[in-house]
Design a protein around this ligand. Structure first.
Ligand code: MSP
Length: 521
């Protein structure tokens, strides 16, 4: 069995997890699930980035120790992933002993290679962002990331010798032009950061102590990004006695990140790996941001939306579908209550839900719930639908493999809209009027069942419950729920449920829009 390793970023537990952070995990989950369907041995990793001044301050605010605070947040994160139906995964925390073990060894190895040296850092420092900036980085004298005051700070620190890897990283991108997607992000990284020349990176801090101490100098704690990036290796037991998973799964097949953390993953990460003599991940995919009508989500704007609140009201699958559908390849997409309700009603309720309901109702009405397999075409529209299924699936695969996730969903939903049209074209209610059209009518029903069955198999990674629900209502045997069986004409002995259960209840547009607005805080 081939192995497949996929990771999400590890999230800062600095507050309740909003829809943006959930998107990374849902996207990774859809990929992990699809790969499992394809028969891969999948390792799916997510987790929390628990160290640093921000977390230390947050805990203080709450009157907790940092450890108590992160323990509480880890519980919340795990509960959230359960609620969102995130499939089997490993959950790494940077406070795990296992992580610390690997991190210390990683540091020692880099140190022994001569890649780390002690020096002084002086620059404009933004406390909330824990980042030093040069004069030219500042925007109107303030932090370019958060817009807050910065102050000149000088600190003794350990540096990682990035400059040593300048040529190697350029060469790496020349040899691996597809490493970072989308391509325009690679251009940005190349032009803005790599080509102007890398600066050595300060990898320790003395201004706070909520972190892992350097093994050779306990005044210093590890800088969050070296600490955090190492999670992808520590979860596999790298440089520990139990490194089987490392041997099995490294290099990662795909690492999912948001556009704001590309620089760390596209420059520092491959360089750290070079220093350790390890291969880079095969692919880094950077998605855009979910934004609101008034820009970025933020507590101060009161426009935050939480995936669990939304899922409690409208169902997990609707939330999963919506996020995966609205997010375009690599760019920002807007969340609006209006678009949520519109997609829910049109795609899920009208197109998909109605097709299933009509199909089940007709099979019950005309055939007492049972139809024969029927691979032959009886109407002039059969071949057309069979072809659509085939080409849509091919399109789906190409889109999915190219990380065009939203388009891959369109490919699948094309089957649904064409199957709905097929009903209008074949007019089963007319066929039902005469006994001599019985075979034709059976054939039409079989085509509808097959369209829904194949759709349900492929939609599983996105909407796992809905997929199962469709297959159950259609009475599809286990053997016809696999990817191998997902082509027209495979299923047989169909006995549908006696009374169909709606997949999605139609939403009242205005009431629901108001409800969602109410949820936004
Ligand atoms: N802890 C670091 C990552 C370390 S990985 C070695 C971090 N954490 S974060 O919690 O701030 O962000 C985690 C992920 O959520 C990032 O990929 C970020 O891009 C993503 N998102 C945060 N807000 C988002 C949106 N509004 N929309 C989509 N993704 C967003 O950075």
């Amino acid at each position: 069995m081939e192995n497949f390793y996929i990771t999400t970023p590890i999230y800062y537990p600095s507050g309740r997890f909003h829809i943006g952070t959930a998107y990374s995990t849902i996207l990774a989950d859809a990929i992990a699930r699809y790969k499992r369907l394809q028969g891969y041995n999948v390792k799916f990793l997510t987790g929390l980035d628990e160290h640093g001044l921000k977390i230390q301050n947050k805990a203080k605010e709450k009157g907790m120790t940092p450890q108590q605070y992160v323990d509480d947040m880890a519980k919340q994160a795990k509960e959230l992933w359960d609620k969102l139906n995130i499939s089997e995964h490993d959950f790494i925390r940077t406070t795990d002993k296992k992580h610390e073990k690997t991190l210390l060894k990683v540091y020692e190895k880099m140190y022994e290679n001569g890649d780390i040296y002690k020096g002084h850092y002086s620059g404009w420092y933004c406390v909330p962002c824990e980042t030093f900036f040069t004069e030219k980085d500042l925007v109107l004298g303030k932090c370019p990331d958060c817009g807050r005051e910065v102050s000149i700070t000088e600190e003794e620190c350990y540096f990682f010798n990035m400059k040593k890897y300048q040529d190697k990283i350029v060469e790496f991108y020349e040899k691996n032009p597809d490493f970072l997607e989308p391509l325009f992000r690679k251009e940005e990284i190349m032009n803005n950061f790599i080509k102007p020349g890398l600066e050595d990176l300060c990898i320790s801090r003395t201004t706070f102590d909520w972190g892992i101490k350097l093994p050779n100098d306990s005044k210093h704690v590890m800088y969050v990004w070296l600490d955090a990036l190492t999670n992808y290796l520590s979860a596999l037991g790298y440089l520990t006695e139990d490194d089987n998973e490392f041997k099995t799964f490294w290099p990662a097949n795909i690492q999912i990140i948001g556009k704001d953390i590309v620089r760390f993953h596209a420059i520092y990460w491959p360089i750290f790996l070079m220093s350790l003599g390890l291969e880079a991940p095969k692919k880094l995919y950077s998605h855009g941001f979910i934004v609101m009508k008034d820009g970025k989500m933020s507590k101060s704007k009161g426009n935050m939306i939480y995936p669990d609140t939304l899922a409690e009201k409208y169902g997990v699958d609707a939330v999963r579908y919506f996020l995966l559908k609205i997010m375009n390849y690599g760019t920002d997409s807007e969340f609006t209550p209006e678009s949520f309700v519109e997609r829910y009603n049109s795609d899920l309720c009208n197109d998909l839900g109605n097709l299933l309901n009509r199909t089940i109702a007709m099979i019950n009405k005309y055939f007492d719930g049972k139809i024969k397999e029927n691979k032959y075409s009886f109407t002039q529209f059969d071949n057309g639908l069979e072809n659509i299924i085939e080409t849509s699936i091919e399109e789906f695969k190409t889109n999915f493999d190219n990380l065009q996730i939203s388009n891959s969903l369109s490919s699948l939903f094309n089957i649904i809209s064409k199957a709905n049209k097929y009903i209008d074209d074949t007019e089963p209610w007319v066929l039902a009027k005469s006994e001599e059209n019985k075979d034709k009518l059976n054939c039409v029903m079989y085509h509808l069942v097959e369209s829904l069955r194949i759709f349900a198999i492929y939609i599983n990674p996105f909407m796992p419950d809905t997929s199962e629900n469709i297959l159950n209502q259609l009475g599809i045997n286990e053997q016809y729920r696999t990817l191998e069986s997902a082509s027209f004409g495979k299923s047989e002995n169909i006995k549908v449920i006696e009374k169909g259960i709606p997949l999605f209840e139609r939403l009242d547009v205005n009431t629901s829009i108001d409800e969602i607005k109410e949820m936004m805080k």
